[in-house]
Design a protein around this ligand. Structure first.
Ligand SMILES: [Zn+2]
Ligand SMILES: [Zn+2]
Length: 412
C-alpha cells in the first residue's frame, strides 16, 4: 500500500489553506517558480522511489530474515510504538550524517535548496537518498522489527514532517520540548551561521537535546532560508545533481588519489588543500542575500502552472497504477516525467531554448504513448488518444499566444 498516494489530496488542500492564510495576513511565502521547483523535486523523488525503494526494502527484509535477534510480532501495540520511536532515532542519525558528510549532503541538500519556506518545501525531496539511506535503519531489522511495521512507521514519520514546513505557526510552548515543530524546523532550514546544522529530528526534537544539536529560533535572528552554495536554478534534475557534480569536479582536480577517494566521505564542505588553493570558493555574504528569481510574464506563469498541474496528475496516476506496471514501464514513465519536468524548469528560467524544448516535449508525447501501448507498458485507457490530441493542440495554441518576458537574465 502506498501511503503517500492517499496523502496527495491532503497535501494540496493544506497548501491551498496556507495560500489563503498568506492572503489573509498580507504576506507571501510562495513564489510560483520556487513552488513548482520544489514540487517537481517531490514528483521526481516519488516516481523514482517506485523503482529505488525496492532496493532498501529488499536489504531490510533480508537483514530481518537473517539477523533478527528478537522475534517481534506485528500484533501488539507496544511493538508499533517502539518501532515509531526507534525509527525516529535512526532517522536522526541518517539526517545528521546527511548534513555532516559530503556524499550524503549531495543527496539530502535537495530538501534545503528552496529559499522560501512553505508546505511545498516539505515535498521537496531527494531522488538519491536510497543509495546510503538504508544503512541507518539496519538496527531496526536486527532488533526484529517486521518489514510491514518498518514501512508503516517510515511513512508516518515522513507524513508528520509535512505540517512543520510553514512560517504561519509560531512557537508552541511545551510542545517545542518534545516534538519537531514549525519553529524548530525553520531553524533547521536556515543558512544563518547560528542555526547551521541543528535540529535533525523527524518527529522528536528530544534527540537534538540529548545529542547537543538543538537550537531555538531567536527573535533577533530572522531565518534566511536556503543553502550556502545556492542552486540558482529551477531545474529539478540539476537540483539532484548539483553537489555530486561539485564533488566529482573537485575529485578530478585533486593531485592525490587519497584525496580523490576520501573527499566523498569527509565532513561537508571539505575540499582537498591543493584544489581549494587553486579554485577558491567565496563564502556568500548573508547581509547581501537576494533570492534567486527570473522575471516571467503573466502568460508564461499561467502556462507553466497549467502544464505542471498536468504533470502532478500524471505523477499521481503513475503512483496509483504502479503495482500493475512492469519495471520497463516504470522506467519509461520516470524518463518521461523527468524530461517534462526538466522542460518546465527551462521554461521557468526563461531560457532562449525553452520554446523549442516545449515544442519537442509536446511532439514527443504522441510517439512515447504509442510506443508504450505497443510494448504493452501502458494499459489501454478510455479516450486516451482524443484526450492526448486535444491536449497537444490546446497547448500549441496557448504556446503561440503566450507572450515572453524579454529579460532572460537571472536575478540573484
Ligand atoms: Zn536536513
Ligand atoms: Zn525540512
Amino acid at each position: 500500500m502506498n501511503y503517500i498516494l492517499y496523502a496527495v489530496p491532503f497535501f494540496f488542500v493544506l497548501i491551498a489553506l496556507e495560500l489563503l492564510a498568506d492572503r489573509w495576513r498580507g504576506v507571501s511565502s510562495y513564489r510560483l517558480a520556487d513552488a513548482i521547483n520544489s514540487l517537481s523535486a517531490g514528483v521526481l523523488s516519488t516516481t523514482a522511489g517506485l523503482l529505488t525503494r525496492t532496493i532498501g526494502l529488499l536489504i531490510y527484509t533480508l537483514a530481518w530474515q537473517q539477523l533478527a535477534v528478537f522475534e517481534l510480532s506485528a500484533e501488539p501495540l507496544w511493538v508499533w510504538l517502539l518501532a515509531f520511536v526507534f525509527y525516529d532515532f535512526c532517522y536522526y542519525w541518517n539526517h545528521r550524517l546527511g548534513h555532516e558528510r559530503n556524499v550524503l549532503w549531495a543527496a539530502h541538500s535537495v530538501h534545503h535548496q528552496s529559499e522560501d519556506y512553505n508546505l511545498s518545501t516539505a515535498l521537496r525531496q531527494t531522488s538519491t537518498g536510497f543509495i546510503f539511506g538504508w544503512i541507518f535503519y539496519l538496527p531496526m531489522a536486527v532488533a526484529g522489527v517486521p518489514p510491514l511495521v518498518f514501512l508503516t512507521v517510515a511513512a508516518l514519520n515522513l507524513l508528520y514532517q509535512f505540517w512543520v514546513h510553514t512560517r504561519h505557526i509560531p512557537k508552541l510552548g511545551w510542545f517545542e520540548w518534545l516534538f519537531v515543530s514549525p519553529s524548530n524546523h525553520r531553524v533547521h532550514h536556515a543558512q544563518n551561521a547560528v542555526y547551521m546544522d541543528r535540529n535533525y529530528g523527524g518527529v522528536f526534537i528530544l534527540w537534538d537535546r540529548l545529542f547537543g544539536t538543538f537550537q531555538e529560533e531567536l527573535d533577533e535572528q530572522p531565518v534566511i532560508f536556503g543553502v550556502t552554495t545556492p542552486l540558482a536554478s529551477w531545474n529539478p534534475l540539476w537540483a539532484n545533481a548539483q553537489f555530486y557534480v561539485a564533488l566529482w569536479r573537485d575529485a578530478q582536480r585533486a593531485e592525490s588519489w587519497w584525496d580523490r577517494l576520501r573527499i566523498w566521505f569527509m565532513p561537508t564542505g571539505w575540499r582537498p588543500a591543493d584544489v581549494a588553493a587553486k579554485y577558491p570558493q567565496a563564502k556568500p555574504d548573508l547581509s547581501q542575500f537576494v533570492k534567486f528569481d527570473v522575471p516571467l510574464s503573466r502568460g508564461q506563469q499561467v502556462y507553466a502552472a497549467t502544464q505542471f498541474s498536468l504533470y502532478v496528475l500524471a505523477g499521481t496516476g503513475l503512483l496509483a497504477l504502479a503495482a500493475e506496471l512492469s519495471t520497463a514501464a516504470l522506467l519509461l514513465g520516470l524518463a518521461w516525467m523527468a524530461g517534462g519536468l526538466y522542460v518546465i524548469g527551462t521554461w521557468l528560467e526563461n531560457r532562449p531554448t525553452a520554446r523549442r524544448l516545449e515544442l519537442l516535449r509536446l511532439a514527443l508525447n504522441l510517439p512515447v504513448v504509442w510506443l508504450a501501448l505497443q510494448l504493452g507498458l501502458l494499459p489501454e485507457l478510455p479516450l486516451l488518444w482524443p484526450l492526448l490530441l486535444g491536449y497537444s493542440l490546446l497547448s500549441l495554441v496557448a504556446l503561440y499566444y503566450t507572450p515572453g518576458e524579454r529579460s532572460t537574465v537571472a536575478v540573484r
